[in-house]
Design a protein around this ligand. Structure first.
Ligand code: FMN
Length: 385
């Protein structure tokens, strides 16, 4: 059977060379939002050589108080933009269009002002330079977390504008896919989940109200992107895994709403395009302590249902590690793209090995081409069994 994992995929006007994406992964290694030249340099360079079709840059805060931790990456001013340009430009040169770069734009809302995971991941204590957090409602993430300030209309407008400005900066950096983070319990998930949104205005109440902010943000980003060859999408929550939380039915409705038509200029004429070209379907994170049934491909059924019921291009993520399974997810039409996170940290050359296992071919970076199996006698023997 032909291997579908290595087929190209159109994400709006962008074509990625295969169906493999590196899932966004916070590195908690930035300095006041600025990428660390050493850490981010090597991290992105490693992934640039992976031959994944798409590398999603980690959750990147659209304003300073939207960072999860003091180490989170940002894209809110000239300094953060310049720092990302410094590490991204060499990686893009090495990737040489075999791998495209996307970015996940994010706001942590009430989960901001926290320690890095290796410091404990709790909310920042008074002596650790904490900051005031914001959310849909003044409800903390957990009993002892900061009580966020409920965003008013002015605050909501500021945040919308911050997403748009960050998207403009991302385009200046040559980034080809812009993803709005509306999952994992962060700000836009706080708006969509009844477990965190108790508002009674137009941004709360019923499902339409709770979906309003992410939909407005994706629309505004699409309007800013216009007709440029840049894909726009969102990471959404397929389920909160909890009574009274988001269900897959809610997620289907949100994915559908994200396909709302937006008018953009193409040369001299107005054309109508979908606000979102794709969704990536994740789950969980709105409150601590909810058990998640983690197993191989445990979120694939969520992506599959959304794809089937809305027709939107869908990325599946979560415990996709085995190349044969990854190929099956694509070949069986359950999702259009797979994203892997931990497997890429463990093995940044995952696509090289997947291609070998599936009998497909990938192009190696030319200086490394002699180690491609079959390209030089004994190359296959040089790899541990
Ligand atoms: C170190 C690390 C950092 C992560 N940071 C992000 C992030 O920035 N944005 C996001 O949406 N998910 C983040 N995630 C979640 C992953 O993108 C992915 O959804 C999750 O790990 C499940 O995929 P996996 O089983 O392939 O690891 C992170 C995961 C890890 C392990």
């Amino acid at each position: 059977m032909p291997k579908k994992l290595f087929d190209p995929l159109a994400i709006g006007k962008v074509t990625v060379p295969n169906r493999i994406a590196v899932s966004p992964m916070c590195q908690y290694s930035a300095h006041d939002g600025c990428a660390d030249p050493d850490w981010h340099g090597q991290h992105l360079m490693n992934l640039a050589m992976s031959r994944a079709g798409l590398v999603m840059i980690e959750a990147t805060a659209v304003e300073r108080i939207g960072r999860i931790t003091h180490g989170c990456l940002g894209l809110w001013d000239d300094a953060t933009e310049a720092s990302l340009a410094r590490v991204l430009a060499p990686a893009r040169r090495v990737a040489h269009r075999e791998t495209k770069f996307g970015i996940q734009l994010a706001h942590a809302g009430r989960k901001a002002s926290a320690q890095r995971p290796w410091e404990g991941g709790r909310c920042l204590a008074m002596d650790a330079d904490p900051w005031t957090t914001v959310s849909a409602s003044a409800i903390p993430f957990d009993g002892d977390w900061h009580v966020p300030v409920e965003l008013d209309q002015t605050g909501i407008e500021r945040i919308k504008q911050a997403f748009v400005e960050a998207a403009r900066r991302a385009m200046k950096l040559g980034i080809e896919v812009i993803e709005i983070h509306a999952a994992h319990g962060y700000l836009l998930h706080q708006f969509t989940s009844p477990m965190a949104n108790h508002r009674t205005d137009e941004y709360g109440g019923n499902r339409e109200g709770r979906h309003r902010l992410p939909v407005e943000i994706v629309k505004a980003v699409r309007e800013a992107v216009g007709d440029s060859p840049v894909g726009v999408g969102a990471r959404i929550t397929g389920t909160d895994w909890a009574e009274g939380g988001i269900t897959i039915e809610d997620a289907v409705v949100l994915a559908s709403a994200l396909k709302v038509k937006v008018k953009v200029k193409s040369v001299d004429v107005d054309v109508e395009v979908d606000a979102a070209d794709y969704v990536c379907v994740s789950s969980g994170g709105i409150v601590p302590g909810i058990p998640i049934p983690v197993a191989e491909g445990y979120q694939v059924p969520l992506a599959e249902r959304i794809k089937r019921e809305t027709g939107i291009t869908t990325r599946a993520v979560g415990m996709i590690v085995d190349p044969i399974y990854a190929d099956l997810v694509i070949a069986s039409g359950r999702a259009d793209q797979v994203a892997l996170a931990r497997a890429f940290i463990d093995n940044p050359r995952w696509p090289w090995h997947a291609a070998q296992k599936l009998g497909a071919t990938v192009t190696y970076p030319p200086p490394y081409d002699r180690i491609r199996p079959g390209n030089w006698p004994g190359a296959a023997l040089a790899r541990p069994k």
